[in-house]
Ligand binder design. Structure first.
Ligand SMILES: [Zn+2]
Length: 646
């Protein structure tokens, strides 16, 4: 879901900010709004109370509404599998709604509506383990307002409208369900009875609209597993825009239910949906509900919600369209298995919207990267994984669950490469244990590791579970052979990650040339050499904005004329052998001479060092105790003299 105020901000021209720059701000605003909403839910302990002795596999809903009146009359038939031997089950249903009766095997049975929004259904017989059965619940009432206003009755252009938005716990405000992240209903049928002057929209495919005595029954069928919070409907004087999107050899319906006053606006945005749909379909695998359709429903909430097969959006903003569409793969096909894992929904959807711009509008894409990066590092702490779900701010945090999570995916892509990255995501989406079900962070890591054949825990520990970001201090010099010696120090903004293992892009440049090298940073202060090939005057860190970092600095030190650097002579004092280690960027002829305290030459050797690192052992066992002088010389006027004690 996205709360989006791009359009509003565009009207405020005096703000002199671009639409792209506001994307990030929108996300922050989402966070504020969503946090408030969640606070009201979680503080009142209105999470799922459903018993775990059954799972729902099919539901048929009949909802009778009039958009002019805040009221719902419902018949919910719940087909379930009993998971134990039992004589009762508990569903989630707001106690603001009145249950009139419950039918079980054609008989009215007892039930209790409890104060914690639980509906206990008391069977008049025992149901065995794995037995399939059903109950029909007749209920009605004025739905309570919770979450993002789960059931809204209002107007647009003076015309009444009702829409629903149940994420995360609002389903129970208007229908009996399992309200948690543990059970998807395999298929649903939705019948909406409403005054004939209006049209109804919901999940799945329209079967019919039948009118009788001023009332229309609109029937939608959906045959894919669905989480309760993704079930939705809306009723008003919709205009319907019928389009098709070509996906391989399937021409799939794309239907938009929009306010009549917005038809032209939505029509011009069709191209965006087609482009995004085809891109995601090709990149991540088939659109998950390809046997049915995709659609948009316009609503008055200031953002978007990824209702399955039918995203509700306030306006056809490109970012919003791409974000909600991406949720059909990330959020709907695979749903986060706990609210701690919300980044599997929101981080991926944000990444995909960015990926849309990367492919269709690179200027906007670059602006988004800048805006997101600034947002992410604006605070020194915070993890993508919502560690503490009792703290509302850590669940739906725009900076972390949306922007940082999306940027971590960008970094993962950079780290393991496009091929491994997209393969891992496709395999994750097609995992038989996850697809059309729920996933947790460990499930995604498993697929990344399966593709890379590496332990990737270091990456996820520092970026998903760890907090903060690194700052790099790069010290460099370049010798006459145009080899650069590079030392990379790192500080981090949060103690949970003392060091970020990272692949750091450094761009060496002068007025006419530039070269980017990748330095694998595995320890703080490590040094490396790189063949630049020209005399650089500047080094830029992460020009392509591949990484999350802040306050990076570079220092160029005096150019080194020597051809050998980092000569290591040890141990000193010496006993049996004196070791000499060299580091040189290019092959060098070197002469080594060992003198005693009287200036007598004891040992001499001349040889060529071929590789960057090489070492030599000088036997010392036969020398007596005392002071020695070792001298190293190269063919390039480099000389080093050092005292050695035995
Ligand atoms: Zn979203």
């Amino acid at each position: 879901m996205v709360k989006n105020i791009v359009l509003l901000l565009l009207l405020l021209t005096t703000l002199k900010i671009t639409a792209q720059q506001t994307n990030c701000k929108d996300f922050l605003d989402i966070a504020a709004i969503e946090q408030k909403a969640y606070a009201s839910r979680i503080n009142t302990n209105q999470t799922s109370q459903a018993s775990d002795n059954f799972s729902i596999y099919y539901s048929r809903f009949v909802w009778k509404v009039n958009p002019a009146i805040r009221f719902i009359e419902g018949i919910a038939t719940i087909y379930f599998t009993s998971l134990t031997t039992n004589n009762n089950i508990v569903l989630d249903l707001s106690n603001q709604l009145i249950v009139d009766s419950i039918l079980f095997r054609h008989q009215s049975i007892n039930f209790q509506q409890q104060s914690n929004n639980a509906l206990a259904i008391l069977f008049n017989t025992t149901i065995n383990t794995l037995q399939k059965d059903s109950v029909t619940i007749y209920y009605k009432g004025v739905p309570s307002t919770s979450g993002f206003n789960s059931f809204v009755q209002t107007t647009h252009n003076n015309i009444p409208v009702i829409w629903t938005l149940s994420e995360p716990y609002g389903s129970q405000d208007w229908f009996p369900c399992r309200n948690g992240l543990d059970n998807k209903i395999d298929s649903i049928d939705i019948f909406i009875i409403h005054p004939s002057m209006y049209k109804a929209t919901a999940n799945g495919v329209l079967q019919y609209e039948q009118t009788n005595a001023g009332q229309t029954t609109t029937f939608f069928k959906h045959r894919y597993p669905i989480a309760s919070y993704l079930i939705a409907f809306s009723v008003t004087n919709f205009s319907v825009i019928n389009e098709n999107i070509q996906l391989g050899n399937i021409s799939m319906p794309f239907k938009s239910y929009v306010y009549p006053e917005s038809v032209a606006n939505f029509q011009t945005a069709t191209e965006t949906t087609k482009n995004a749909m085809q891109l995601f379909h090709e990149t991540f695998g088939d659109y998950p509900f390809i046997q049915e359709q995709y659609g948009h429903t316009q609503f008055g909430w200031g953002g978007g919600m990824e209702h399955q097969t039918n995203s509700f959006i306030t306006a056809p903003d490109k970012n919003l369209i791409a974000h909600e569409l991406a949720h059909q793969w990330f959020g709907d096909k695979i749903t986060c298995g706990s609210w701690q894992d919300i980044w599997l929904n929101e981080g991926f959807a944000t990444f995909c919207a960015n990926y849309y711009f990367e492919n269709f509008d690179t200027t906007t894409f670059k602006s988004i990267l800048t805006a997101h990066l600034n947002d992410i590092v604006s605070i020194a702490d915070g993890s993508v994984f919502a560690k503490d779900t009792s703290s509302i701010g850590t669940i739906f945090n725009g900076r972390l669950s949306y922007n940082k999570a999306a940027y971590v995916l960008r970094m993962l892509r950079f780290t393991i490469g496009d091929s491994a990255f997209f393969t891992a995501i496709k395999q994750y989406l097609n995992d038989p244990n996850l697809q059309y079900g729920f996933a947790k962070t460990a499930d995604f890591i498993h697929h990344v590791e399966a593709v890379t054949k590496q332990d990737m825990s270091w990456f996820f520990n520092q970026w998903i579970y760890g907090e903060g970001y690194p700052s790099f201090q790069v010290t460099w010099s370049e010798n006459n052979d145009n080899w650069a010696k590079i030392k990379i120090n790192q500080t981090t903004s949060h103690s949970s990650v003392p060091f970020f293992k990272i692949l750091l892009p450094l761009t060496f440049k002068n007025a006419t040339q530039q070269k980017t090298i990748l330095v694998q940073c595995n320890s703080n202060g490590a040094e490396t050499w790189a063949d630049i090939g020209f005399a650089a005057d500047t080094v830029l860190i992460d020009v392509g904005k591949q990484l999350i970092s802040k306050n990076n600095t570079t220092i160029k030190t005096t150019p080194i004329d020597a051809t050998i650097d980092d000569v290591l002579i040890y141990p000193n004092p010496v006993s049996n052998y004196l070791n000499i280690g060299f580091k040189t960027p290019v092959a060098r002829k070197i002469q080594i001479q060992l003198y005693n305290a009287l200036g007598q030459l004891l040992f001499t050797k001349e040889f060529v060092i071929n590789s960057i690192s090489e070492s030599l052992k000088i036997p010392f066992a036969n020398y007596s105790k005392g002071l020695y002088i070792i001298q190293l010389k190269t063919d390039k006027d480099w000389k080093m003299v050092k005292k050695i004690i035995k």
